[in-house]
Write a protein that binds this ligand. Structure first.
Ligand SMILES: [Zn+2]
Length: 222
C-alpha cells in the first residue's frame, strides 16, 4: 500500500466515529433518518453506510466529537447504539473496541465511601467512568450512587463487586439502567440470550462439531 496516501486518508477520517445498532439489523435508510433527527444539534455531519450494519459518522467541527462521545446513551428503535472513534485497526467483522455508555447505580452504598474518588474507583471495575450524577453528592438523598460509565462490549457486566473499605470487606450490588440487548447468559451487552455466541457455540459443539451455521447466524445478528 502507499503509506503516504493511507496517512492522508486516515487524517481525513480522524474526526469520525463508527457505530452499530446492537441487537437488531436496522436498514441504513431508517438509521439515517433517526440519527439526523436525534443528532441535529451536533451540527454538520455525514453518514456513510459501511455494510454489515456499520455506519461511519463524520463530523465537520472538531470540537463536537468529544461532546458526542460523552453524551447518550443513544438508541435507535429502542436498541442501544455501540460506538468508537474510527481507527485504522477498525474491522467491520469485529465488535472489538466498541463501547456503550450506560448509567449504573450502587444501591445502599456505604456512607463512608460516598465521594467522587471512591465511586469512580468502584465504577472502574465495570468500565471507564465519565461523570457522576450531581445528585449523588447531595446529602438530602443517599439511596444510591449513580455514575455514567463507558462499557466495552467484550466486558461482562457484573451484578456486583467486592470492595474493601473501612467497614470491612463487602459486596456492592450494581444496577444497570435501561439496558437493551443484554444477554443474561454471558452478561454482555450487544445481543439477547437467544443469540448468545457462547450458548450457540456450546449447543453446536454438543450436537455436531462440524456445524458452524448456527454460530455464523448468531454473529451476524449482533
Ligand atoms: Zn451472550
Amino acid at each position: 500500500m502507499n503509506s503516504e496516501q493511507e496517512i492522508a486518508n486516515s487524517k481525513i477520517l480522524s474526526n469520525s466515529i463508527i457505530l452499530k445498532v446492537l441487537g437488531k439489523n436496522i436498514p441504513f435508510s431508517i438509521c439515517s433518518i433517526e440519527l439526523h433527527k436525534q443528532w441535529n444539534r451536533f451540527g454538520n455531519f455525514h453518514l456513510t453506510s459501511l455494510g454489515l450494519n456499520w455506519i461511519l459518522f463524520s463530523f465537520k467541527p472538531n470540537d463536537v466529537m468529544e461532546e458526542f462521545l460523552s453524551g447518550g446513551p443513544w438508541y435507535i428503535g429502542g436498541h442501544i447504539v455501540g460506538l468508537d472513534k474510527w481507527l485504522p485497526s477498525f474491522s467491520p467483522l469485529s465488535l472489538k473496541g466498541l463501547t456503550v455508555p450506560v448509567w449504573i447505580r450502587f444501591p445502599l452504598f456505604p456512607l463512608n465511601c460516598w465521594d467522587e474518588v471512591n465511586i469512580a474507583r468502584i465504577a472502574l471495575r465495570i468500565g471507564t467512568p465519565m461523570f457522576l450524577d450531581g445528585n449523588s453528592l447531595n446529602w438530602s438523598k443517599k439511596e444510591f450512587a449513580r455514575i455514567y460509565v463507558r462499557v466495552n462490549l467484550e466486558s461482562k457486566l457484573p451484578s456486583g463487586v467486592w470492595v474493601d473499605g473501612l467497614g470491612g470487606h463487602f459486596f456492592q450490588k450494581v444496577e444497570y439502567k435501561k439496558l437493551s440487548s443484554f444477554c443474561f447468559h454471558c452478561s454482555r451487552i450487544g445481543h439477547l440470550e437467544s443469540n448468545c455466541p457462547e450458548r450457540v457455540f456450546k449447543k453446536a459443539t454438543h450436537n455436531d462439531p462440524t456445524d458452524t451455521v448456527n454460530q455464523e447466524t448468531s454473529h451476524s445478528s449482533i
